[in-house]
Each structure stands twice: as C-alpha cells, then as structure tokens.
Write a protein that binds this ligand. Sequence first.
Ligand SMILES: Cc1cc2nc3c(=O)[nH]c(=O)nc-3n(C[C@H](O)[C@H](O)[C@H](O)COP(=O)(O)OP(=O)(O)OC[C@H]3O[C@@H](n4cnc5c(N)ncnc54)[C@H](O)[C@@H]3O)c2cc1C
Ligand code: FES
Length: 361
Amino acid sequence: MCLVHTVTLKSSGRRFSVAPGETVLEAAQRAGVALPYSCRAGVCGSCKATLLQGACEYPRNPPLALSASALAQHAVLLCQAVPTSDLLLEAREVTSVEDIARRQLGMVVTEKWRLATDVIGLRLLPAHGERRLNRLPGQYLDVLLDDGKRRPFSVANGPQADGMIELHVRHVAGGGFTSWVNDTLAIGDHLRIEGPLGTFVPREDSERPMIFMAGGTGFAPVKAIVEHFIALGTRRPMEVYWGARTMANLYLRPLAEHWARELPNLRFHPVVSDPEHAVGEQATGLRMGLVHEAVLADCPDLSGHDLYMSGPPAMVDAAHPLFLAAGLPEERLYYDSFEYAPDVLAQIIAGRAGIHDARSE
Ligand SMILES: Cc1cc2nc3c(=O)[nH]c(=O)nc-3n(C[C@H](O)[C@H](O)[C@H](O)COP(=O)(O)OP(=O)(O)OC[C@H]3O[C@@H](n4cnc5c(N)ncnc54)[C@H](O)[C@@H]3O)c2cc1C
Ligand code: FES
C-alpha cells in the first residue's frame, strides 16, 4: 500500500508529496511551498484551507479552530491535517516568505529592559561566528529550550544589517520560559533560536488602506510591519489601533504617537479596556473599551481594507468573525494569535474539553 500522498494546490497547480504521518503544512515547508500558518497547534485558524478532493485525519490535535459549519464546508487546518488520500486544496500561498530558509542559530542578549510591569524588552545579536537571520518584518522565531521545547516570539523590528533582533516578552503567570526571562536572564546570556517562522508579513501587492490592530505585546510584529511600510514611503492610509488593559501596557505609545505626528497618512488609536486607567491628563486621546470594537466603530465597512492583527487569542477570536461580518474578505485578514507553544497547547487540549480559559489573559 502506498502511504505517500500527493497534494495539489488548485490555484497555482503546484504539487508536493506528503510522507506518512506528516501534516500538509510540514510537507509543504519541506517542498518550499509557503502556506499560511501561525500557532502550529490547530487553534488559531490561520492555516485554514478548503479541501476540494480527498480526505485527511487529525491524529495530533483536533481541529479546534474549525466550527461545525466550517467543517461542513470542507475546511481543513493544514498544520494538523494528515492526508489519508491524495488531496486537491484551495489554499493561499505566501510567496514572499518562500525563498527564506529556516535555520537555527545562537544569539547573545545585548540589552534587557522593562517595557511595562509585565513586559520585558530584549535585544539579541548573532553570537560570534553566526550569520544574521534572513527574515521579513512581522515573522516570529522559536526560542529553543534545553529540554527540546520551543517558545514562539515575534520579532519587533525589521531586518537589520548587524542582525539585531528585538523581542517584547510578556511574563505569563506560571509560564516557565517567560518567568525565567523576567527574573533571571541577563545581558551576555546565550539563546538558541530557530526562524524565521510564520506568514504575518507585509503584503505589498495592494493599494488598499491598511488597518493594524495590536493587543498587548501583539504590538511587536505590528511595529515591525508598520516601520517597513514607513521606510517604503507608502502613501496608503494606515490606521494603527493598539489595545491593552492599562495605559502603562501601551508601552511604546510615544513611538506610535511619533509616527502619527510625522506621517499625514498614519493615525494612531490607543485603546484601554480598564476604565480606572483612562482618567487624568495622561489619558487624553485614549479610547475606552475593547480594541476591535474601536476598529468597528470607526470602520463599520471593512470591505475596502487590508487588516493586520496580532495579540492575545481572546482578541483574535472575538475580532475574526466580526471583521468578516463587516465585509472584510478572509484572504485580506492577516493575523498572528499569541497562543502558547504547541507542546503546552497539546497538553492543555489533552487535559480538557476547551482551552479558552487557559489561553485568555
Ligand atoms: C506566533 C506567535 C508569536 C508570539 N509572539 C509573542 C510575542 O512577541 N510576545 C509575547 O509576549 N508572547 C508571544 N507569543 C506567546 C508566547 O509564545 C507565550 O506566551 C510563551 O510561549 C509562554 O511561554 P512560557 O514558557 O512562559 O509559558 P508556558 O510554560 O508555555 O505556560 C503557558 C501557560 O500555560 C500554563 N500551562 C502550562 N502547561 C499546562 C498544562 N499542561 N495544563 C494547563 N495549563 C498549563 C502555564 O501555567 C502558563 O499559564 C507568541 C505566540 C505565538 C504562537
Ligand atoms: S491552526 Fe494551524 S497554524 Fe494555527
């Protein structure tokens, strides 16, 4: 019996083979075909595609990101789907990330500072003898831990000549790695990373106005992408929304306000969800409520926009269906959901029916 199956992508006609037990996403990456993804754990939905022919199974994690109606419409999650026959798929390809090889390298911590009470800023440089990581703005990397586990973090700056990488790390209560970063990691320490990862990258094949929506440290990749468009000198309108619980957690608000002052086509909308933190002089200009509600209040019709969002899963989950209902075509919604690492999500999924309690901030 032949256990190797072939996947054909309808729009481009590209084909690749999938080894036994491999997911479609793993096989595509091995073949140099860039399909969209973010969490790699079956919960964020960014790898969603449509199965036109064939069948697959989910032996790792259940496809939690697919609703019953999405399953009925033959949606599949490429990061979890293991083919049981040859497949014909309708899937978006992200050609801009295609030629960038993923690799591991050692980095040295050169700066560590506190951005907010629970957010640490880190700057890393390639360790002696390492080549800088080739990457696109908005992509993320995995920090490789000694026990073989990985922890994903978005890079907050675009590619630099010296290979410098900036990270914004939120301290997760009870989290092993982020607690260590918060309490112990010191300048001069070495970290091993793998990247670049993810398909949350600037899309330049459009003249449409752009909306950026960040929640908490979701500002990191949004910053990298906005800075990229600023450096390009784009004239496309850019609306930057940044939501956090408290004003202090809008930890780079002066930077975003600087963009808005300097650029006639960029507007910044800080949004705070905890009313106690929106009083006083400093609160001037702040919006109250949830950040996706602010986006929808300003732009009830999203059909003419490109929208980039990143941040906590609760924000992404809430915004996703509402943005589509406001007319945003799904293929123009680009997002990273800051899920926990695949090994932790797999344990949580195995341990309970739902994971939403564990994922919320
Ligand atoms: C694409 C992507 C980009 C990201 N970018 C960023 C970023 O730029 N900045 C940022 O701050 N974060 C980012 N994140 C989120 C970040 O990766 C996580 O916060 C981080 O992995 C947490 O690691 P940790 O080791 O501290 O916590 P973990 O040890 O992974 O634990 C996470 C939480 O799960 C709980 N937990 C662990 N195991 C179990 C279990 N078996 N059952 C129940 N609960 C359990 C822990 O108590 C803790 O509350 C990103 C995530 C993704 C997917
Ligand atoms: S659900 Fe597949 S990448 Fe998140």
